[in-house]
Design a protein around this ligand. Sequence first.
Ligand code: NAD
Ligand code: WQD
Length: 342
Amino acid sequence: MNILITGGAGYIGTHTCVELLEAGHEIIVVDNFSNSLPVALERVEKITAKSVLVYEADISDSQKMSAIFSAHVIDAVIHFAGFKAVGESVKEPLKYYANNVNGTLVLLAEMQRAGVKTLVFSSSATVYGLPETLPIKESFPTSATNPYGRTKLMIEEILSDFYLADDSWRIGILRYFNPVGAHKSGQIGESPNDIPNNLMPFISQIAVGKRDKLRVFGGDYPTPDGTGIRDYIHVIDLAKGHLSALNHLAETQQKGMGELLTVNLGTGQGYSVLEMIKAFEKASGKTIPFEIVARRSGDIAACYSDSSYAKQMMGWKPLYGLEDMCKDAWHWQKNNPNGYEK
Ligand code: NAD
Ligand code: WQD
């Protein structure tokens, strides 16, 4: 297939590019490099020994997007492009609504104009808000606790309206849990611009000597060790989930049908912050100093998926466990202490 990937230079995008190229697909990346660097895609080319066609463009730029859709025959779009920092979204909501929601509207309009009707969208477990029970199923009620989460919910609703208006579209909404880890080559991985907001990159930076100590947000949650529990998923498994979604939607197309499919991509297994620290120490041989501080506003005690629907619908299941997640994150961090920056 010929697949257009928005945000393909980012963390999840680069890993998905590798999986797609290795599966024999042709890819076209559109990225404005607002949160990534071109070198990440050069690394993708190095890993796969294949070339990647890259357009430096903002997905909100309808002229450029229209020209890209006119210049290529595109079978499907995987849409990663967007901003993702929860805290920043609270301070600068307009920036998030403009980029994430408006960007998606422009993309959809251009897809519609070009007659490209297959889309895989990056949603997030954040759309479950504060779940009443665990594990989380796709049928659970959705809500948002911050502007970033609201952009994901809004886009899901837009896609649902879009499908209602024309049910010949094939749309896969993938709700990611907590992506971590890196490619086995140690060539691509997560490269935060600033102080990492997320747990795993913060721990990796301590292990490599860039930060002193982890602040564990809350030791008094109603969990076995009092720290927050999350469903960490290896980024390679997540990337493979996009292939499974595309294959599934292609089968739907072959049947002459349309579909709107919403699935969780998680492992179904939750780990606490203290368990993550211990696992990373084991994988890296480094000590991770930490102190338990107050809870972070907006955090929930525990969040993990029921991942059986993704298996049932798309035949996808995660292959990697916590040991690989930590080992691969460490391999990447050790090889690239400053991420992609020279
Ligand atoms: P990332 O920031 O590494 O990648 C996003 C890419 O999109 C970057 O390369 C950025 O330059 C590009 N981009 C942003 N706005 C753009 C625009 N208007 N036009 C063109 N390119 C643009 O993020 P990621 O971790 O790879 O996440 C990818 C997607 O998955 C995002 O939509 C994110 O919200 C979603 N998601 C991420 C996580 C996570 O924890 N990483 C969890 C759930 C969902
Ligand atoms: C994990 C656990 C923290 C940092 C976020 C977004 C979510 C999704 C994934 C995009 C929690 C604890 C963290 C630290 C800590 N992104 N922690 N000290 O909050 O589950 O999810 O990323 O869609 O929308 O909210 O991930 O990695 O920030 O936190 O103790 O310095 O680690 O409290 O229990 P989170 P995280």
